[in-house]
Design a protein around this ligand. Structure first.
Ligand code: ADP
Length: 595
């Protein structure tokens, strides 16, 4: 389909170029002596063809034509022996007569030997069979049938005109000073450069009516043949319209004489041209974007459209469809690829932006409570006179809260860098019980405010490996959630056990609880249950997602059990434990994993 379309477009453009950029012909050296309808009428119709041919050749005797190319098949004996003898004499009387032969299934349909003997050459008058859309653009200069090779009639006429032999090479034919580009591999096909305004034509009936016209044949190559619309053996469509076969021979002769040959571009160059356009388009879109890319692509497209025209003007027939469609397809492909890449980058940067905003939101929220404590205490200290003990207590509080703030900032930065994959996790050993104690101490004021009792008994002795700050952050988060989402005067239990070499650190509450669907979502950033929202507790819905990241990065997992109205139990299951309780880490270091 594409191939058919391609050659249809190429042919159309070729014919158009022909008409648009017609070369002004030099002086023409051929004349067509046409046997037209009027001639037939005057000589008893088609059956009179041989008699008409004889008269034509007789008229040419003494006209001074350099070569006579006859396009009337003389393969059969006529019933009238006297007429054939007259024709034989007429041929013999002329100097350079080329007689025609045509293709038959059995081989060449040659002129009778008696005529052949008198002729200077025999040339084939078989039109090119390669005509996709009926338009005849080429002429095979060489044809072989039954091992007998024949040159085209027009080529033989040209050889006689030049008075030089045909010297063959695989790529071209050389006759005297003219080299005809007609490669053997291309069936020695000659691209005919049709003479736009046609070859001068004189009909037999005109010549018989006005014998003075014979002067126009002097020093010319005269092609004699049937030009009658109805009687012509072959009507041929050229880019300029319909022609008879004999006229095509004349056009082909003028093409050779003019020496301005059209040469088809080689397959390799055709392929190269498509590839070059595709590569250039690729380069444009790889290194340029936006209007710059579009302008350059437009320039390339214009070049792809213009190149066949420029080449044609220089005698090279390049395909139009292949490079133009290659350029268009690659422009469309590259542009849409670029569009999607840009869109992906945009989406990525928007995701980054919203992550950044979330982070800011989170920091602002988390920092509020220590800042409020610092602010309140320092204000109290400056406003009121208070005892040394009280003052000391407040100073200590400011100190510890500001330290917490610093830790929080550090934690936040670490989590950020962890999630960017920029940070190697620390691999320090630390005691699980100390970690729990620190968090409990810090969360106690919160619990006290709600009269919640934190139970922590019989902690398992275990040395964890990892980043203590981050683990502390994670556990503290679970603990404060348990307090946040529990009603006043309830209990929170902390348990640590080591079954099968894993440390199970759990926080159990008697709080609002969650159903199974909610549990599945709590590790998603910004997710908060309806009950949590209604509880009036401030929250961002971000904490657990960070806890999850931290625990997973430490090679652990989190298990959640919860029931609405009954309570929840969050368990951190940690596997990185040090076997050497006094020494440094014995287990392999934690790989830096993206969370
Ligand atoms: P925040 O507590 O700031 O909202 P988290 O990510 O820590 O954010 O928690 C996400 C949500 O999970 C909470 O909003 C709450 O709905 C639910 N949740 C967490 N812990 C508990 C708990 N112990 N009991 C009930 N709901 C909880």
């Amino acid at each position: 389909m594409a191939g058919w379309l391609g050659s249809a477009v190429d042919n159309y453009v070729y014919d158009w170029l022909f008409r648009a950029f017609e070369k002004p012909p030099g002086q023409l050296h051929s004349v067509v002596l046409g046997i037209d309808d009027a001639t037939f009428r005057e000589h008893g119709g088609i059956s009179g063809l041989r008699a008409i041919t004889t008269s034509a050749l007789e008229l040419l005797n003494g006209a001074g034509a350099k070569v006579v190319g006859l396009d009337v098949i003389l393969a059969d004996k006529s019933e009238d022996e006297a007429r054939d003898a007259r024709l034989e004499r007429a041929i013999g009387a002329l100097k350079n007569v080329v007689l025609p032969c045509d293709v038959q299934p059995s081989g060449w349909e040659d002129p009778l030997p008696r005529f052949q003997d008198k002729a200077a050459a025999i040339g084939h008058v078989h039109p090119d069979e390669v005509r996709q859309d009926g338009v005849n653009r080429t002429l095979p200069l060489e044809m072989t049938r039954g091992k007998v090779r024949r040159w085209a009639l027009s080529l033989e006429a040209f050889r006689l005109w030049q008075g030089a032999p045909i010297i063959e090479s695989p790529e071209d034919l050389e006759i005297g000073s003219v080299t005809i580009p007609a490669a053997r591999s291309q069936r020695r096909a000659l691209l005919i450069r049709y003479v736009p305004r046609g070859i001068p034509r004189i009909t037999m009936s005109e010549l018989q009516a006005n014998p003075a016209l014979i002067q126009k044949m002097k020093d010319k190559v005269v092609f004699v043949g049937v030009t009658s619309q109805t009687a012509a053996r072959d009507r041929i469509v050229s880019p300029f319209g319909d022609l008879s076969g004999v006229e095509v021979h004349a056009h082909a002769f003028e093409t050779m004489l003019g020496g301005q040959f059209l040469v088809p571009m080689s397959n390799l160059w055709q392929l190269g041209m498509g590839l070059i356009f595709a590569a250039l388009v690729g380069v444009v879109f790889a290194f340029r974007a936006g209007w710059q890319a579009w302008i350059l692509a437009a320039v390339l497209l214009a070049a792809a459209h213009a190149l066949p025209v420029v080449l044609f003007q220089n005698g090279i027939v390049a395909p139009y469809f292949a490079p133009v469609s290659a350029a268009w397809l690659t422009v469309i492909g590259a542009a849409s690829y670029q569009y999607f890449v840009v869109r992906r980058q945009l989406r990525q940067s928007e995701a980054d932006k919203s992550r950044y905003q979330e982070a800011i939101h989170f920091v602002a929220h988390e920092m509020r409570s220590p800042l409020t404590a610092i602010q309140g205490s320092s204000e109290l200290m400056s406003r009121y006179n208070m005892g040394d003990d009280k003052r000391k207590q407040m100073a200590e509080m400011i100190n510890s809260e500001s330290k917490r703030l610093a830790r929080m900032i550090q934690t936040f930065l670490d989590v950020e860098r962890l999630s960017e994959g920029e940070m190697e996790l620390k691999d320090d050993p630390f005691e699980a019980s100390v970690l729990v104690r620190t968090c409990v101490d810090r969360a106690r004021p919160l619990a006290d405010r709600k009269q919640i009792v934190i139970h922590y008994a019989n902690p398992a002795e275990a040395t964890l490996l990892g980043d203590r700050e981050l683990m502390e952050y994670a556990f503290y988060n679970l603990l404060t959630n348990a307090i946040k989402y529990s009603p006043a005067q309830t209990n929170v239990w902390i348990e640590s056990r080591i079954p099968q070499g894993e440390l199970r650190l759990s926080v159990r509450d008697e709080g609002i609880g969650m159903d199974a669907k909610e549990v599945r979502q709590i590790f998603t950033k910004f997710y908060r249950t309806k009950k949590a929202e209604a509880s009036g507790e401030a929250g961002t819905g971000i904490g657990l997602s960070i806890v999850d990241q931290i625990v997973h990065n430490h090679g652990g997992r989190i298990e959640v059990q919860s029931e609405p109205g009954i309570g929840s139990c969050f368990t951190m299951v940690l596997t990185r434990l040090s076997t050497d309780r006094n020494g440094p880490a014995a287990s392999p270091s934690i790989a830096n994993r993206q969370i």
